[in-house]
Ligand binder design. Structure first.
Ligand SMILES: [Zn+2]
Length: 252
């Protein structure tokens, strides 16, 4: 029986298969693995409305104290990302960039003084967004669907720790594909369900967190989703060194 304001996902969002086996259970949620394509996903699927209510306290927290996360190492990490991404684009043109879920603006900040990037971002979480704006970054409230972005607009879409949260993964990847120019790229990072840390931690894996985390991707299933959305080439898709994440760079 479904939880209130939830439905049961009968079909695998990746391959449409109907056979799945239990993977984990947490807080009343069943997380299952598709027996056809190995994609791991939340079977008790919250309505978009329920998810909005679930996130409301983090979008508009009580009080006004916001303590930015991370420090110097994080700054270096994002600078390394932006340098690596820039190396994939022709040197003579600006890289028009859109970041989904820009949060406190660490990625936007890493490209702010780089003349090769022309970047903006969106998020719903008000306190991090206000902090990003105070850093002089082009960060607005909203999401990819609400901004009225025309087809073929951006050279780069960035989604860091975002896609595991979105209500409809196929639809969001479709939107990302739509707003990218031909030859444009998606750079995304999500937790990796097949990383050894996830296996060792079992039930106490820190990214096992429905309904916030709904889609449990691996390098294999993430690559399949991106290909299904229409991307023609995957330039990079792997665990990022020692970190328990999948990092992908895919070309339209
Ligand atoms: Zn499947």
């Amino acid at each position: 029986m479904a939880l209130p304001e939830h439905t049961i996902l009968e079909h695998c969002p990746l391959c449409n298969g109907t056979k799945h086996k239990p993977w984990r259970e947490k807080d009343g949620y069943h997380v299952v693995e598709c027996e056809d394509c190995s994609f791991i996903f939340i079977q008790d699927y919250p309505s978009a409305d329920y998810l909005r209510k679930f996130y409301a306290p983090t979008y508009q927290p009580e009080g006004d104290t916001f303590i930015p996360a991370g420090g110097f190492l994080r700054k270096l990490k994002y600078l390394a990302f932006s340098k690596w991404i820039a190396s994939k684009f022709p040197k003579d043109k600006p890289i028009k960039t859109f970041e989904i879920g820009c949060g406190q603006g660490d990625f936007l900040s890493s490209v702010k003084d780089n003349p090769r990037f022309d970047a903006r971002g969106v998020d719903y979480a008000e306190a991090p967004l206000a902090y990003a704006q105070s850093r002089g970054l082009n960060a607005q409230k909203g999401d990819i669907q609400s901004m009225g972005i025309e087809d073929d607009t951006f050279d780069l879409v960035v989604a860091l720790h975002v896609l595991e949260h979105v209500h409809d993964l196929n639809q969001t990847l479709g939107e990302i594909y739509r707003i990218l120019r031909p030859g444009g790229m998606l750079f995304a990072i999500v937790p990796s369900v097949t990383h050894f840390k996830a296996k060792i931690a079992g039930q106490s894996w820190k990214y096992l967190g429905p309904p916030g985390h709904m889609w449990y991707l691996s390098p294999q299933t993430f690559a399949k989703f991106v290909t299904k959305a229409g991307f023609s080439e995957i330039l990079h898709c792997s665990h990022f060194y020692h970190r328990a994440h999948v990092r992908i760079l895919a070309k339209k």
